[in-house]
Design a protein around this ligand. Structure first.
Ligand SMILES: *Cc1c(COP(=O)(O)O)cnc(C)c1O
Length: 419
């Protein structure tokens, strides 16, 4: 069981008159402005602040990329494209979104196993960098380039010979569908010139949702050492070194925030040696969740309040079909509650322990299990916090045929400087 006392530190938004304020707008007014529930609201200022924090804490020579799969809402992508140095995509659809933003093709990379010939042709035509995940993909990319009369840009995604410890989702080390096993890379590097590919460098991504600075520091140290080792076998100078990301955010009571300052300081100590040996390399960190996860809230309205054998249920118009992760069914082993508040009565005069469920006919449709919340009933707004990443686009939206959730990006952009 988890209560708001422990969850309080996860409340990212101001509370005024006991109402949650997102992007400067109190939640009831925001709900009226959006026009209907359920919806996701993302706070433009919170996203900007997150990028600014990373710029402050990471070495200035490190380039920051946004991985679209965390939140591909076009307005969010557009906003981030103006703040970061590059975009990472994982499908042909995300590639089109990234190109729409106006980001230079050189600063867009495309990772993901199972890229189709059609996607590889799009990538080659657009002139973006393909992070190749297998030998066969390299052959297919080369064929796409020949057909188009272009020289595709490619980085090798390396499946490292180490694992990122304490990671929510491991994506490197051991046997993986992602990347080319490190021990096979030297032989492949020798073949690249004959394939007619424009080799840029390496992509080494070892995992996601990590809250431990020490684990990330160790991964960075091992990633850089591996890159140096492999670069020694390369046909030309290394121009791009994407060292992954994996910065996590806290979701559950007791989770400690990632100490980004410590990660940045350790990286700053490692980089001079790397930059001396690889003077032409751009060093890139790619982040999804860390940039947007805490800037988003999912809002559903209470439709029914019902009692059953001593338990109270708030039944809302939103649920797992919009927010699979909050229901506990997107990669969690033991279900835990996301931070949840009643958005129009955050503290409340009276509090009670309730479960918040969605409208779907399945016991999986659970947004909060036996949580202490302000007393609420029909018409009140349930707000699920930490919902800016892997929310709507990671949910089974067609399940049961309820209306789609809306998405809004809230808050004014900074004014242009007067000439
Ligand atoms: C998913 C993914 C990311 C983003 O991961 P986050 O945990 O959201 O930061 C970055 N790079 C690659 C290759 C990915 O697959």
């Amino acid at each position: 069981m988890s209560g708001p006392a422990q969850h309080a530190e996860l409340l990212q938004f101001p509370v005024e008159n006991d109402q949650l304020v997102v992007g400067g707008v109190p939640l009831p007014l925001l709900a009226a402005r959006v026009g209907r529930t359920p919806f996701y609201a993302y706070d433009r200022g919170a996203i900007s602040a997150r990028v600014a924090e990373l710029r402050r804490l990471l070495p200035p020579s490190v380039q920051l990329h946004y991985a679209l799969k965390a939140n591909p809402m076009p307005a969010v992508v557009q906003h981030l494209a103006g703040l970061v140095d590059g975009l990472d995509v994982a499908s042909g659809g995300e590639l089109r979104l990234a190109l729409d933003s106006g980001m230079a093709p050189d600063d867009i990379s495309f990772a993901g196993p199972g890229k189709t010939d059609a996607e590889l042709a799009c990538a080659a035509a657009a002139g973006i960098i393909v992070n190749a995940e297998s030998e066969n993909e390299l052959e297919r990319l080369a064929a796409a380039g020949r057909a188009l009369g272009v020289r595709p840009k490619v980085a090798l995604r390396v499946n490292p010979d180490f694992e990122l410890k304490s990671s929510g989702m491991r994506m490197g080390g051991g046997a993986r569908p992602f990347g080319i096993d490190a021990e096979r890379v030297p032989a492949l590097l020798a073949r690249l010139p004959a394939l007619g590919l424009d080799w840029q460098g390496f992509h080494i991504f070892s995992g996601s949702q990590n809250l431990r600075a020490a684990a990330l520091q160790e991964a960075h140290q091992q990633t850089l050492a591996l890159a140096l080792r492999l670069a020694g076998r390369a046909p030309g100078p290394l121009r791009l070194l994407n060292i992954g990301g994996g910065f996590g955010i806290p979701y559950f009571p007791g989770e400690q925030r990632l100490d980004v300052a410590a990660v940045g300081a350790a990286l700053a100590a490692l980089l001079p040696d790397v930059q001396r040996q690889l003077p032409q390399a751009r060093i890139v960190i790619e982040l999804g969740r860390y940039l947007v996860g805490e800037a988003g809230v999912y809002v559903a309205r209470v439709v029914e309040r019902k009692a059953s054998r001593g338990e109270t249920y708030l039944v809302t118009d939103g649920g797992l079909h919009h927010h699979l992760a909050a229901s506990g069914n997107f990669g969690q082993v033991l279900r835990k509650n996301y931070p949840v508040v009643i958005g129009n009565r955050v503290r409340g005069d009276a509090r009670e322990t309730v479960s918040v469920v969605g409208p779907l006919c399945t016991p999986l449709d659970l947004l909060a299990e036996r949580m202490e919340l302000a007393q609420a009933g029909p018409g009140d707004l349930v707000a699920v916090l930490q919902s800016g990443a892997y929310g709507l686009s990671a949910s089974p939206t067609a399940f049961l045929g309820h209306p789609a959730a809306l998405e809004v990006l809230v808050g004014e952009r900074e004014r242009k400087e007067q000439p």
